[in-house]
Design a protein around this ligand. Sequence first.
Ligand code: NAD
Length: 439
Amino acid sequence: MPTAVPITVAHGDGIGPEIMSATLHILKESGARLEIETIDIGEKVYLAGNSSGIETRSWDSLRRTKVFLKAPITTPQGGGYKSLNVTVRKTLGLYANVRPCVSYHPFVDTKHPNMDVVIVRENEEDLYAGIEHRQTEQVVQCLKLISRPGSEKIVRYAFEYARRNNRKKVTCFTKDNIMKLTDGLFHRVFDEIASEYKDIENEHWIVDIGAAKLADTPEVFDVIVMPNLYGDVLSDVAAQIAGSVGLAGSANIGEQVAMFEAIHGSAPRRAGQNLANPSGLLLGSVMMLVHIGETAAAERVHNAWLRTLEDGIHTYDIYDESVSKEKVGTKEFAAAVVERLGQEPQILKAVRYKPAGPASAESTKPSAKTARSKKELVGVDVFLDWTKGSPNDGRHGVAPTNRFVARPSRCFGPRLYQNRKPLQLRWPARLFVGPGRMK
Ligand code: NAD
């Protein structure tokens, strides 16, 4: 008999413990072979003085099992508490956030009855590298980092996901008409990798009009891959317009470890009342079952859940007198799913899962284009906190030489205006290492 797969489970805060015990009850009854290690994370750990919300021994469990099923946690307000999600993502290198956003019309109210979109968000780079500087007294900056290996990894993941899940098209959203280097690189890598997947259609949209189209006509999209910030914003928009954020699960995938969760938070006001909808976490756990190869159990759980929705057994958040038959609590909802294990939906489309298999060697191999090119040190860029006119005019003791030149700000970002006169708040300058002038 195949052995059980070890997983690490955290019950979280607020509604977390209720929705986790409902989810684990359904998983156990489904026949999924799991060996559960439980860890504490979140509010209790934060308030005990650990600002990251997770203890060292919990990292050991995660590194051992490599699979994390996590209930939502509460981040205490104020103080120096870090986001546990960001800490876990960065520490474990979880580069892909995958969020299926599906409507369940007519059983859950939505303006988009045919929506079935998967958002694949890059999870480590972009503005979320958390590198910010104060350049001058009145100017601050945040670095947007996009790397070729990072872009290749996420774009390839999106195409592999599409192939494995029988999806027909992958769309890329960027703003490369403005950010020609950063978003330009992401788009270029998308085009290169798309050309290797002849069986899957591909397209690119500028993110602003793409977002408008997604909110208006989501059914024209299938899988959408995006850099971190656009993905963060648009994955919430997509989940909400599908019907309810309470219904969406998500996966955070790394090369070694993966984490699965609901997209919503710990909803503390609903805690301890047997009210919360466990569906988001349950669907996150279905993604986990597929990831560890328990595809038969994943299908049984997902189809029983769809049948429960169809039978009108609904928690308060999606209850609607015109379609619902019974308003139930968290435990009763879980019991209703368990009763339907082995059944399939009759109106909604039943799901079928193929084993995920190991990541293809291709998926993590850097392309030849990552090879290092020859580099030459030209100079060092500095920012002058300077408001007395051009530092280049020689009148203020910062004489330009052929080795030190301040550039006008239009070379390096927008001008700022005050009373219609350009207001120079910082002067990007370059100190050359040898004789030379700025072009
Ligand atoms: P939230 O998602 O917890 O709740 C917002 C509202 O959505 C709730 O008041 C409730 O009405 C509804 N809701 C959410 N999940 C539901 C469910 N399963 N069933 C029924 N109704 C549900 O967002 P919030 O109130 O902004 O955040 C509360 C706490 O959660 C904060 O401390 C925040 O930091 C944390 N949070 C954690 C995660 C995570 O752990 N992944 C994600 C987001 C927020």
